[in-house]
Design a binder for this molecule. Structure first.
Ligand code: DLL
Length: 436
């Protein structure tokens, strides 16, 4: 039988002992951020806190939160805790407006990332005899390289194909005999459809498991993918600010995602009151990284909504499990695996004087691929212009939005005052995607 636990010591550690490990590591990281990151030192001093006040994980609740905005305000490297000479990798993800969130890794951080990804892939049932077809994007996005390092660590044969060109993906999947597919769940559905309609038969492929994440997906979608692709579909979760993929992963039992809590300590808070909620309640997930060197982060508000389960799993792991994430406490959208805040669109429009800041985003899903349409009101004076000028303006908005967000978008210009005004919170998004 294949070994499905990569690091038995930490993954099956008695909970009391885990608390000791976490407390020791927490004391260490608090000291590191206090002395090396002025931002954290100031925040702690404002609260009258010093490293000596944090003795165990029970004191976590005393520490200040960190948000995406804090990262943006310290753009690009202001929260790094080691000199740049120690940073060997940078990644980035979308910020709420123009600036991305930048994350940096020391050599040891890359080692931790490989370790947690090795646990993830092993938990999914992958091993050194597998061929891992990685269709997550390579580049500033953490998906491709995260899976890549984990795949190499477990000794599998890694195929860094990245995204795009579905026909070629399927051809190579068949020719190389890929057994593990790593991509977003929506791309997995798309591939399943392409197989149904294309020249390659499912039975020519050796796929047996998929590791899917980077966006929310439902149990129905899982069943659909499992049926069509004839594989086991495993949910994997993570975020750039914490490390990338590798924060938590499902095991063969598919009953919650095990958090690598010897590295990332979770809490669940009420997003309104910011109070820590009792065990098992639904709320916003918060993480503190306790081993990261480059960008250690304290009480990071993920905005993802879920609940925690501390019971030992049938697989033997004692690592706390989080439920599948299905919602967020902010307005971030995930479109084709790319994170998008409506405010990013707004800031593009505000920079252009031909448009008004009234817009509407329409998100939909066709053939299992997300589509994005942007309706923009143009200034009155422009609406009187010739069609060709409106066409030029449309292309200009499209180019600006695409280069700011990295997403292709269909722009539709609408007459002034046609987008519904709201007295309360403006309705900027219509999300028609039915998560199957
Ligand atoms: O999406 C990292 C990743 C790559 C995870 C590949 C899994 C696989 P970001 O681009 O920073 O990082 O986006 C993080 O994506 O806060 C969630 O809202 C969402 N997300 C990630 N995984 C899942 C999942 C990567 N399994 C944001 N289910 C997170 C639901 C997910 N949402």
């Amino acid at each position: 039988m294949t070994n499905t636990i990569w690091n038995r010591h930490f993954e099956t550690m008695p909970r009391e002992q885990m608390k000791v490990v976490q407390s020791e590591r927490l004391r260490d990281v608090v000291e590191r951020v206090y002395y090396n990151v002025p931002y954290y030192r100031e925040r702690m001093q404002q609260q009258g806190l010093g490293p000596e006040h944090i003795k165990s994980v029970d004191d976590l609740k005393l520490l200040p939160f960190t948000t995406k905005n804090d990262l943006r305000d310290n753009y690009p490297f202001g929260l790094f805790a080691v000199p740049m000479s120690e940073i060997i990798r940078l990644h980035a993800s979308s910020g709420t407006t123009g600036k991305p969130t930048v994350v940096g890794y020391s050599r040891r951080d890359i080692g931790v990332w490989s370790e947690v990804m090795a646990r993830t892939l092993t938990g999914a049932g992958a091993g050194k005899n597998d061929f891992i077809h990685i269709s997550y994007g390579y580049g500033l996005f953490t998906g491709g390289l995260g899976l890549h390092y984990g795949g190499e660590k477990i000794g599998a044969s890694v195929i860094p194909i990245s995204g795009g060109n579905t026909k070629r993906q399927l051809q190579l999947m068949r020719d190389f005999g890929s057994t593990v597919l790593a991509c977003t769940p929506s791309y997995a559905s798309y591939l399943a459809e392409a197989i149904e309609e294309g020249d390659i038969d499912r039975d020519e492929l050796k796929l047996r498991v998929g590791v899917f994440g980077a966006e929310p997906w439902t149990e129905n979608m899982r069943r659909e993918i499992e049926k069509k692709l004839k594989i086991k579909a495993i949910d994997i979760y993570g975020l750039s600010e914490i490390i990338g993929p590798g924060v938590s992963f499902e095991c063969q039992y598919q009953c919650g995602l095990h958090i690598n809590e010897d590295h990332f300590i979770p809490e669940i808070i009420d997003p309104e009151t910011l109070e820590v909620l009792p065990e098992g309640e639904l709320g916003e997930l918060v993480f503190s990284t306790v081993t990261k060197e480059g960008l250690p982060i304290i009480r990071y508000r993920t905005r993802d909504l879920t609940r925690l389960n501390f019971e030992t799993c049938a697989c033997g792991r004692t690592l706390v499990r989080m439920n599948k994430c299905t919602g967020r406490s902010d307005d971030m959208l995930i479109i084709r695996g790319v994170n998008l805040f409506p405010s990013q669109i707004e800031s593009v429009l505000l920079e252009m004087d031909e448009t008004t800041p009234h817009y509407l985003l329409v998100v939909d899903r066709h053939n299992n691929l997300d589509t994005l349409e942007l309706h923009v009101e143009v200034e009155d004076r422009f609406y009187q212009d010739k069609i060709s000028e409106l066409q030029t303006l449309r292309m200009k908005i499209q180019n600006h939005v695409e280069s700011a967000t990295g997403l292709s978008v269909a722009v539709k210009l609408v007459e002034p005052k046609t987008i519904e005004r709201s007295e309360g919170k403006a309705k900027r998004v219509i999300d028609k995607r039915k998560l199957l």
